[in-house]
Structure formats: structure tokens, C-alpha cells
Design a protein around this ligand. Structure first.
Ligand code: R5P
Length: 315
């Protein structure tokens, strides 16, 4: 017999957690976090979790480091309250871009996060559009890696994609962009973007494929400073593209990203709600699609022990 299901949320993205619960047809579990004057956190789970399958939703939103700590403390508290299983639900995985040792004497912090989650007591992890899918291999516990590409493509299929070309912002994303192009039945163009240092500034050197007079659709896993997208927008403008739209799963939108995107030639930015987007960051050219239903279905399936792979596509 399956255990009953409980969903709790940390402070990072309660709106998404509430929507997930609504789709799953259950009430959000009650818990409270107190922050003391010395910045220590205390989490109290306010209802019994004994023998339950517990899902804890916490995304990588500001304050990122405090939210990681809150999640670890929540998992520990739930473990000691005798839950049967604990799944850390991370719609946007923390430190996802620190996934390799590409310089001497640096940390592969995405791996460190995996170790911390396991040490705290997570039995499973559920996450979405990892910067590199190999991150799932950082864990010894099972990882459900959900993908939001189908959601983005369904949006564009509904809106129409006449005279469009899918543009891969860099060589690393070409494979993924190719899947978007196939899914939407569109041609593909690839930009040669390079980043030379830690300044978060990227430069476009070349373009492979036809873009002139077309509507360009840029797909990326995340938009942080907006630097990558804005470079692509500039490059595409100079190549005579008719209109430019971007679709990114994780709307990190750090620093002055929103202001710069607002002023740019980008006609539309389609994102999801894996990361909390405060009202001041919601600009008219932004469309926010919710991943809540997908997470809810995945949680319900995982709790029932049924397959989740049919819920999403390959991107
Ligand atoms: C890079 O490899 C990623 O796919 C994104 O293009 C990047 O993380 C976006 O960051 P930013 O908006 O700061 O350029």
C-alpha cells in the first residue's frame, strides 16, 4: 500500500508550491521558519509526517544560500520526525552552473549540493532542466529530471511558428536547440558564443545557418544577467532578423537584466515560474508559463510508484 503524500515548501517559491498542491489536490503542509538575530534558522514542521512520503519544494531563488540552508534543515527535521521518504523538489537546482572543474582550485559546487542533500536525509531528488544532465550523476540517490521544453514548444505551437528559425545561443546548446527545432518543425541556426573570464560577459563570433528576414526563436536553459541573450539579440539584429523572441526555463533575471531586456529589441521573453519572479521584474514583453502542473503530476506519479517519463519530452 502506498504512503500518503505531504508537500511542504521553504521560503523560496511558495507561490509555485501552492500551485503544485492545487494541481495535486492536497493542502500545503504547515511549517515555520524562524530567523534569529545571529542569522541562524530554526524550522518547525507543524504537522505529523510519520510514515508519510514527503516532498519539500525549494528553488534556487534569492537569498540562494539561506534557502539552501533552510532546505537542508527542513529535510533534517522531517527525517527526525520519521517520514518514510523525503524528496527534495528543486525546480531550479542551486549552483547548477558550477558543474565542472574547468579551472584549477575551484569547487564543483553542484556536486557539493548533491552531497549536502544526501547527508541531510533526502531519499530522492526531483528537479528541472539541469544546466548539464550529468549533474543527476552527482547523486547516489534517484533523481527525477523533469524537462520544460514541451511546455515552451506547446506555447509556440499554439501561437504559430511561421517563418521562424530556432537559434542556439552557443555551441553547447546546439544539440538541445536542435531538438527544439525538430519538435517545432523549424530550421536551426547556431551562434558561436564565447566567455573568456568570470565577468559574466559573452561575445558572439560567428553564425551558422540562415536567419535573414526570419523570426528568431532563442531557447536557453536560464537567463541570468541577460548578457547571453542580449548579445544574441544584437548579433541577430545586425544579421537582418525580422523579429526576435527568447524562451528560457529558469528566469533568474539577476542585476539589471530586466531593465536591459526591457530596452532591447527582444520582442518577447517566455519563461517559467521555477524561480520566483517578483512584480517589479514582470515586464509587458514577458510571458510566464507555469510548471506547477508538471511537478504535481510527477509528484503524484512518483508517490504512486508509476512512470513519469510520459509527462514531458526530451528537452
Ligand atoms: C549558459 O551556458 C547558459 O545556457 C545560459 O546562456 C546562461 O546561463 C545565461 O546567463 P546570462 O543571462 O548571465 O548570460
Amino acid at each position: 500500500m502506498r504512503n500518503s503524500l505531504k508537500i511542504f515548501t521553504g521560503g523560496s517559491n511558495p507561490e509555485l508550491a501552492k500551485k503544485i498542491c492545487k494541481h495535486a489536490g492536497i493542502k500545503l503542509g504547515k511549517c515555520e521558519t524562524v530567523k534569529f538575530s545571529n542569522e541562524n534558522l530554526k524550522v518547525r514542521i507543524l504537522e505529523s509526517v510519520r510514515g508519510k512520503d514527503v516532498y519539500v519544494v525549494q528553488s534556487s531563488c534569492p537569498p540562494v544560500n539561506e534557502n539552501i540552508m533552510e532546505l537542508l534543515i527542513m529535510i533534517d527535521a522531517i527525517k527526525h520526525a520519521k517520514a518514510d521518504s523525503i524528496t527534495a523538489v528543486l525546480p531550479y537546482y542551486p549552483y547548477v552552473r558550477s558543474d565542472k572543474k574547468d579551472e584549477p582550485r575551484i569547487s564543483i559546487t553542484a556536486r557539493l549540493i548533491a552531497d549536502l542533500l544526501e547527508t541531510a536525509g533526502a531519499d530522492r531528488v526531483m528537479t528541472m532542466n539541469l544546466h548539464s544532465p550529468q549533474i543527476a550523476g552527482f547523486f547516489r540517490i534517484p533523481v527525477d529530471h523533469l524537462l520544460a521544453g514541451k511546455l515552451l514548444c506547446d506555447y509556440y505551437k499554439k501561437k504559430g511558428v511561421e517563418n521562424c528559425v530556432v537559434v542556439a545561443p552557443d555551441a553547447g546548446s546546439a544539440k538541445r536547440a536542435g531538438v527544439y527545432a525538430i519538435t517545432l518543425g523549424l530550421p536551426l541556426a547556431i551562434l558561436d558564443k564565447r566567455r573568456n573570464d568570470d565577468s559574466e560577459k559573452a561575445k558572439i563570433h560567428n553564425v551558422i545557418g540562415e536567419v535573414k528576414g526570419m523570426r528568431a526563436l532563442i531557447f536557453d536553459d536560464e537567463i541570468a544577467t541577460g548578457g547571453s541573450i542580449l548579445e544574441v539579440v544584437k548579433a541577430l539584429e545586425s544579421l537582418g532578423v525580422r523579429e526576435i523572441e527568447a524562451a528560457c526555463v529558469h528566469a533568474v533575471l539577476s542585476g539589471t537584466a530586466v531593465e536591459r531586456l526591457g530596452k532591447s529589441a527582444l520582442a518577447k521573453l517566455v519563461v517559467t515560474d521555477t524561480v520566483t519572479i517578483p512584480p517589479e521584474k514582470r515586464i509587458p514583453k514577458m510571458v510566464i508559463l507555469s510548471v506547477a502542473e508538471l511537478f504535481a503530476k510527477a509528484i503524484v506519479c512518483s508517490n504512486r510508484g508509476s512512470s513519469i517519463s510520459g509527462l514531458f519530452g526530451k528537452i
